[in-house]
Ligand binder design. Structure first.
Ligand code: ADP
Ligand code: MG
Length: 680
């Protein structure tokens, strides 16, 4: 029998079982073996005299009483029986398993596992075995079987499958590496993960699979990067340095040290043969937009077209107006394209784009539709698109004539996530805020402080400043969301009537209305902008110095940081008030952390620690690869090791030639990271 044979060739797995396994995406013997348990249950016998309340326990006991069964409505039942386990007489309670009655004969020995109620001296049974503990393993793997079959049957098939292919597993890791990291070889590791004898076994096996998985992943990401650099010829953009310098000199401020460094990195890459595939990480307010403008202008002076893509209509419009203001005096023709550019206007833009009359196109996702054809696209920049996954990034890179591509992130991304989600890219970092920025003063208060908060806000308004009031996003319900914002808007309008103008912004407004309101806010016609989180990304109104966030406990740290980043964009002192009454310790800690730091990189790490990777990248689409075993939060050390090893391997001659790396090489090739012809 071979690893890649159909599972049904395994003894004991028939046609019907084969179909059930297919429902779990298991087709071959190898698929079955590589289905790892997601946890292990411990069935070592417990000493009840030492077990605290609510712990999970396993006991072996003799049936001391006739079992009694109680039925209640809805076919629910409760079966109770007394068991003598050592010196302890305990009550075992089974819910909805009255059929077990016949197997609980007086005097019989049984083994049960479940939650221990110390006060009642009872166990609520989750696992039952007729007979003594002897026959049963101490640790049992639990697989994700989606109700398709019983754990027990699955384990039986697993046993049979493992036995049928002993000695056939390919060892991907070189012996020297196994020894260095004290990892079990593949045969042992598979045995230990599926049939562990003790907790150490599981840990040991898990370490191996985690490392192997992360190493392959890192080899793939870095392999892609290496191959791209060696084989993909980028555009060599011979830009006009004098023009770029003149543009920079026209800006109302001097670039920060970090901006200068990043501009140099970008220009060097534009000019080189290497095709740019770069991530620009910068904290909120670090000045990414102007860096993007400089790079785009550089490409344009070299005779290419540029594109800048933003996630929302508002942000795209804002970019279009600032870049037009900056660059049109230098002879650059800027055009705008979004979903709401329709009919003649759209045809007109597309035409000018195709014949080269437009130098710079700014817009939303509408930019990467197939019918948008550039004359000579050289550089594409996406702003605030950290939710773009690897695949979407690839599509973008394949647009037009293989342009250079720069991704700018909304907020700093924790390092482990950055090297995972963006591992195939180069990274530039803007780690400095423009001079003269004051830290945003952040306070965490409860709703009863609202009136004094409004006074504080009025203070700012009186000095000619503006304010944001952010209403929470109500999950799954735009409608409530809007309703909420409308209510707050009405209250504030009443509160400030005749004194200040209050505006309302939410996701359901027509794009042109949104734009209108945003423009009024940025021109200072509106003093207080009540909004849902649609202002979350990118919006820039430096005169706004006050932000009130309702129900701040509902947001993640990175999102709060991003929201808060709408203020503190000018030289004035800014304030952010978080209204929240979190019930959990985690929630309290989040609010406290917000008041303690303005550093987006610190907050990002904390967010990851408190809420996990999925939350970090947003609810819908994570863009993160899925791992079978590895967990980025707990296995960050392994990830770091794997990253370094992958880098070292790819750069070594040994890796590409020596037989002990043959399996890794083959897997890397299978992953598609190397293109087709690179190795044989
Ligand atoms: P983000 O990185 O969050 O996208 P922006 O590009 O919107 O930040 O810039 C934030 C604000 O800082 C803007 O008002 C911008 O004009 C200003 N800014 C950018 N660079 C500098 C600088 N070197 N000195 C002073 N202000 C700057
Ligand atoms: Mg920005």
């Amino acid at each position: 029998m071979l690893l890649h044979d159909n599972v049904t060739t395994v003894k004991g797995i028939g046609q019907k079982t084969g179909e059930q396994l297919e429902a779990l995406n298991i087709y071959t013997i190898s698929d079955l073996i590589m289905t790892y348990p997601y946890r292990h249950d411990d069935f070592t016998l417990t000493d009840l005299s030492e077990t605290p309340h609510n712990e999970r326990v396993t006991i072996e006991g003799r049936v001391e009483s006739e079992p009694s069964v109680f039925f209640s409505g809805n076919k629910r039942s409760r079966l109770e029986v007394r068991l003598l386990a050592g010196r302890h007489l305990v009550k075992a309670v089974f819910f909805n398993q009255h059929y077990l009655k016949s197997r609980l004969e007086l005097g019989a020995t049984v083994t049960v596992t479940g939650k221990w109620d110390r006060g009642r001296q009872s166990i609520s049974v989750s696992n039952f075995n007729a007979g003594a503990k002897d026959g049963q393993a101490d640790f049992e793997p639990v697989y994700s079987l989606k109700g398709v079959m019983h754990q027990k049957s699955f384990r039986r098939y697993m046993r049979s499958a493992l036995d049928s292919v002993t000695g056939q597993h390919e060892e991907s890791l070189p012996v020297a590496l196994l020894e260095e990291y004290k990892l079990p070889p593949i045969d042992q590791a598979l045995e230990m993960v599926h049939f562990p004898k003790n907790p150490a076994h599981m840990k040991h096996a898990r370490r191996r699979f985690v490392y192997e998985e992360l190493l392959l992943f890192q080899l793939k990401m870095q392999g892609m990067k290496k191959i791209r650099k060696e084989t993909e010829r980028g555009l060599i953009m011979d830009y006009n340095l004098d023009k770029i310098k003149a543009f920079i000199a026209s800006l109302p401020y001097e670039l920060t040290g970090a901006q200068k460094r990043v501009v140099n990195e970008l220009c060097a890459e534009l000019k080189s043969e290497v095709r740019m595939n770069r991530l620009l990480q910068g904290d909120v307010g670090s000045g990414k937009t102007v860096v993007a403008a400089i790079a785009l202008y550089a490409a344009i002076t070299a005779g290419y077209q540029g594109a800048l893509m933003a996630p929302t209509e508002i942000l795209a419009e804002q970019h279009a107006s600032s870049l037009a203001e900056w660059l049109e005096p230098f002879g650059v023709t800027v055009a705008f394209l979004s979903g709401s550019t329709k009919g003649k206007a759209r045809v007109n833009v597309l035409e000018k784009l195709a014949n080269g009359d437009v130098d710079l196109l700014i817009g939303t996702h509408a930019l990467i539709q197939p019918d948008v054809i550039f004359n000579k696209l050289g550089l594409v920049i996406t702003d605030e698109q950290h939710r773009f996954g690897v695949e979407q990034r690839r599509v973008l890179r394949e647009k037009g004539m293989n342009p250079d591509v720069l991704f700018m992130t909304a907020t700093p991304i924790p390092r482990t996530l950055a090297i995972t989600a963006f591992g195939e890219m180069d990274v530039s970092v803007l780690d400095e805020l423009p001079a003269g920025r004051k830290e945003i003063e952040t306070h965490w208060l409860k709703e009863d402080a609202l009136l004094s908060i409004l006074d504080k806000m009025e203070n700012e308004l009186r000095n000619g400043r503006q304010a944001y009031v952010i209403c929470p996003l109500i999950e799954e319900s735009d409608k409530l969301d809007v309703q909420n914002a409308v209510e707050v808007y009405e209250q504030l309008s009443f509160h400030y009537k005749d004194k200040y103008t209050v505006g309302l912004m939410h996701g359901r407004l027509h794009p042109t209305d949104k734009d209108h309101i945003m423009r009024q806010f940025s021109e200072g016609v509106i003093d207080v902008l009540v909004s849902t989180t649609v202002v979350e990304v990118g919006v820039n109104v430096p005169n706004a110095t006050f932000m009130l966030i309702y129900d701040a406990g509902r947001f993640g740290l990175s999102q709060l940081h991003q929201l808060r980043g709408r203020v503190g964009r000018g030289a004035e002192q800014s304030y952010c008030v978080l209204l929240a009454d979190p019930k959990t310790d985690e929630g309290k800690e989040r609010m406290k952390t917000m008041t303690e730091t303005n550093d987006g990189f610190v907050l990002a790490e904390k967010d990851l620690e408190l809420r996990g990777a999925g939350d970090f990248f947003g609810r819908k689409q994570s863009g993160m690869p899925e791992f079978k075993m590895a967990d980025l939060i707990h296995d960050y050390r392994a990830l770091d090791t794997a990253r370094k090893d992958a880098e070292r391997f790819l750069a070594s001659k040994e890796f590409w030639e020596a037989p002990e790396y043959a399996v890794l090489r083959a897997r890397l090739k299978e992953s598609g990271a190397l293109g087709n012809e690179r190795i044989d």
